[in-house]
Design a protein around this ligand. Structure first.
Ligand SMILES: [Zn+2]
Length: 491
């Protein structure tokens, strides 16, 4: 079979985390009874006038700047006209044109496996409104739920020719984009609830060919894995069609999660004419250079930049840095611990190891400071972990005991030093005391000691185990090694 190369363009829709809808004051939420969050404006009743949501505009501006986009001085809302019941007005408010959207000509960097990064060009970041949802009624027929109609929606589209050339890059682009949106606080990123939706345009062409192949659009992808598998599946399907002498048809395809395959939804016969025109009810948005610079200056450090800094300045591995920066709150917890004098590598190990595991089991989230407002939060704060690592470093407790202390402090919220004191867990580092225990163990196991001295050196581990058992794991391991040898040789 000839070699075919993949090209993927990505269209991502992100519902913005605003309190209210784009042009009215209806609340934004997920689920609930159909048509309970609607009003004359978002139902498109005659005589109503839209009022743009300032917070939504600001969120898109923030995203555009984080994605290194240019921002126009004026940005206009257009009406995209089409008739379908999910749109009560008969049009969707969107943004049209090459340099009219709030952001255009930007890029997002994604990490590559070899430690370098790749730049994925972004063509546009624009603001529009979401549509309602069609529901199939149990008794037959269809209904429409307009709760989602008018929710502020941001669309982020990659540039052409596509930079994404394999399924892993497609997935990584979405991972990075989602993390960026979460860091910016503009979207909750819940793919399973549809607040982040991704539609890749996929085509293949013969390696070396200059013209791009006919593309298909994949819909209903609601996980990173589905995006990756979808691209793999389409590459194979399209390559086989071409190899067999057939053509790829421009069509929209759905994704079946169970069979991990795509299926035909509809063939795109011609580009639909949406008769875009500027919405006469909405005045153009204006962005002054001062406003743009102020917004740019307020951007947080983004996940990839943070991860690179952790690797460069703190000596963490790409994996560790990636795990720590995947979530903004997690990274803040880590930075707070470092700020309190914690050793980066030690803090990282406890966080990504025991702490992450316990949080997951308890269904809790980590909190850096202050009081939580939602969900279950852990009692363990950065200061707990710093103190624990210091106790190990100072030789007060062994690493094994520290694990036990971690579990206790996770449940009780007590400081590790208090737990060590109240439970008598301090490491035994007095050479005379350790030697005494070792001598006792050797006396009690005279037979094994004889065998050891006769050359059965493998028995040494047995003696170490006995000493640890007697001291409940509190004996300093290095001292045990030293003292045991002494005890075995002298008795
Ligand atoms: Zn409304």
């Amino acid at each position: 079979m000839s070699e075919y190369v993949l090209s993927v363009g990505m269209e991502v829709h992100a519902e913005l985390r605003t309190e209210s809808k784009m042009f009215c004051r209806c609340p934004v939420a997920f689920g609930g009874m159909p048509n309970t969050r609607v009003c004359p404006v978002c139902l498109g009743l005659p005589g109503t006038l839209p009022v743009p949501n300032r917070a939504a505009v600001q969120m898109v501006l923030r995203t555009a700047l984080a994605l290194n986009c240019q921002v126009p001085a004026h940005s206009v809302f257009h009406r995209k006209n089409y008739f379908y019941p999910d749109l009560p007005k008969g049009y969707q408010v969107s943004q049209y044109g090459e340099t009219n959207p709030i952001g255009y000509y930007g890029y997002l960097e994604i990490p590559k496996l070899d430690g370098t990064t790749k730049r994925i060009k972004i063509r546009r970041v624009h603001l529009e409104e979401d549509t309602g949802k069609l529901l199939h009624l149990p008794g037959g027929g269809s209904g429409v739920d307009y709760n989602r109609a008018g929710v502020p929606l941001m669309e982020i589209v990659t540039d052409f020719p596509p930079d994404i050339e394999d399924p892993d890059e497609a997935k990584e682009y979405l991972v990075q984009l989602r993390q960026t949106l979460l860091y910016l606080g503009v979207c909750d990123g819940k793919m399973e609830e549809g607040s982040l939706r991704c539609e890749p345009n996929i085509s293949v062409r013969l390696a070396g060919a200059e013209t791009y192949g006919t593309k298909t659009e994949l819909k209903n992808l609601n996980s990173f894995r589905a995006v990756q598998l979808g691209c793999m599946f389409e590459k194979k399907r399209q390559s086989e069609l071409l190899e067999g002498g057939s053509k790829v048809v421009q069509e929209t395809r759905g994704w079946n999660e169970q069979t991990e395959s795509s299926f035909l939804m509809r063939v795109k016969e011609s580009e639909q004419d949406y008769r875009y025109f500027p919405d006469p009810d909405l005045i153009p948005m204006e962005f002054t250079p001062e406003q743009i610079e102020a917004e740019r200056a307020a951007l947080p450090e983004l996940p990839l930049a943070k991860s690179t800094r952790y690797q460069k300045d703190l000596g963490l591995s790409p994996y560790d840095a990636g795990v720590l920066t995947a979530d903004r709150a997690w990274a803040e917890f880590f930075e707070s611990a470092i700020g309190q004098g914690g050793d980066a590598k030690q803090v990282c190990n406890w966080m990504n190891g025991d702490f992450a595991k316990l949080l997951n089991e308890a269904g809790e989230t980590a909190l850096t400071s202050g009081e939580a407002t939602v969900g279950k939060t852990s009692k363990v704060r950065p200061g707990h972990i710093v103190e624990l690592t210091k106790l190990i470093e100072a030789g007060t407790i062994s690493g094994k005991i520290a694990k036990e202390v971690f579990g206790d402090m996770f449940t009780s919220g007590s400081m590790p030093s208090e737990l060590v004191k109240s439970k008598g867990l301090t490491q035994i580092s007095d050479p005379a005391e350790v030697l005494a225990v070792c001598e006792e163990v050797v006396r009690e196991n005279a037979g094994q000691a004889e065998q050891y001295r006769a050359g059965k050196e493998g028995l040494f581990g047995f003696f170490v185990g006995q000493v640890m058992k007697k001291t409940q794991g509190r004996a300093n391991p290095a001292l045990v090694q030293e003292s045991l040898k002494k005890a075995l040789e002298t008795q």
